[in-house]
Design a protein around this ligand. Structure first.
Ligand SMILES: [Zn+2]
Length: 316
């Protein structure tokens, strides 16, 4: 249930909110009936510019909560720098990030995958799929995903600040929904397209917000051909994407992590012809080791993201 501004009277002096009952809940449509709510805030928190009040049922604690939605204008600081980072969102690795400083981060999303196996199984065990227990499991699952997305977005934004990034390119969702021929991707037997769409949308929104607070812009760029083009020499070949997450290029005889290759192409925005950086340098004068050995960050509930060093044999 939601109250909009015309149903809310906010008494800021006494920390009170008066919520009018909708006409259909009143004895008489014009009766002055309302719910008076008193609230307390943590030190340093002020409730102002109240836009909405929502009544939300908390499944876990089995109680109703009122959420006060305030409009808080944040002052956007100057960007930490002029560099661009690229993010490739995917299934086998939730996110791969390429930086212009020639390094890359890989987030396998271990926690999301574990939950992705656990929760559907537990939900299937419930006697009644629309019942209370199943609803509670769904709510818990989505809460855990959201928690993971916040932690991941925070980690990526912190890395971007360190590296003087002012712009993050993210592959557009059209690339997730369709393959290069415009056909729906086959997600395999555990895949669930809706779930991934939801996850990428949700994550991108959280990232956008957290980046904005640091003055970093998030831009959706075309993902077309980013997985089959070599980010070093620009050679495009469907057959180059090889097994085990490695991308091997026949032209420049190098092998990289396939998702990092995608992220680097997104960083370069290879589909933007007006972008001078978008044509990869010929002759391969850039170092390529970082493309094969990204820093791998696994998520741990108590310690957050922990770096691991992944050693990849980069000779095909
Ligand atoms: Zn190449």
């Amino acid at each position: 249930m939601t109250w909009k501004q015309n149903g809310i009277r906010h008494d800021t002096k006494n920390n009170r909110v008066r919520l009018s009952k909708g006409a259909n809940h009143k004895e008489h449509p014009r009766a002055r009936e309302y719910i008076l709510v008193e609230y307390e805030t943590r030190p340093g928190v002020t409730v102002e510019n109240l836009q909405q009040v929502r009544a939300v049922y908390d499944q876990q604690n089995e109680r109703w909560e009122l959420h006060l939605v305030c409009n808080d204008e944040i002052e956007t600081p100057d960007a930490p720098g002029n560099e661009t980072a690229g993010i490739d969102l995917g299934i086998s690795n939730f996110a791969a990030v390429a930086y212009s400083t020639e390094d890359a981060d890989l987030y396998p999303g271990n926690r999301l995958k574990q939950d992705g196996y656990y929760f559907p199984k537990e939900i299937a065990k419930c006697d009644d799929s629309g019942g209370e227990q199943a609803t509670r499991l769904h709510a818990k699952w989505s809460e855990r995903c959201t928690h993971f997305f916040h932690a991941l977005a925070k980690h990526i934004v912190e890395r971007c600040v360190e590296k003087g990034v002012g712009r993050i390119n993210v592959g557009d969702l059209a690339g997730v929904r369709e393959d290069e021929n415009g056909e729906s991707k086959n997600w395999g037997k555990h895949g669930n397209l809706d779930l991934h769409e939801w996850a990428f949308d949700r994550f991108t929104n959280i990232l956008e917000y957290k980046a904005k607070v640091e003055g970093i812009e998030v831009v959706e760029v075309s993902e077309r051909d980013t997985s089959k083009t070599c980010c070093i020499c620009g050679t495009e070949d469907e057959s180059q994407r090889v097994e085990r997450g490695l991308y091997a290029c026949k032209s420049c005889d190098a092998a990289f992590n396939a998702d990092v290759n995608g992220a680097e192409n997104i960083r370069l925005d290879i589909n933007d012809e007006s972008n001078s950086e978008s044509s990869p340098s010929l002759g391969g004068d850039r170092s390529t080791g970082w493309l094969a050995q990204p820093a791998v960050h696994l998520y741990d509930l108590s310690c957050g993201f922990q770096p691991q060093t992944e050693v990849v044999d980069c000779k095909p």
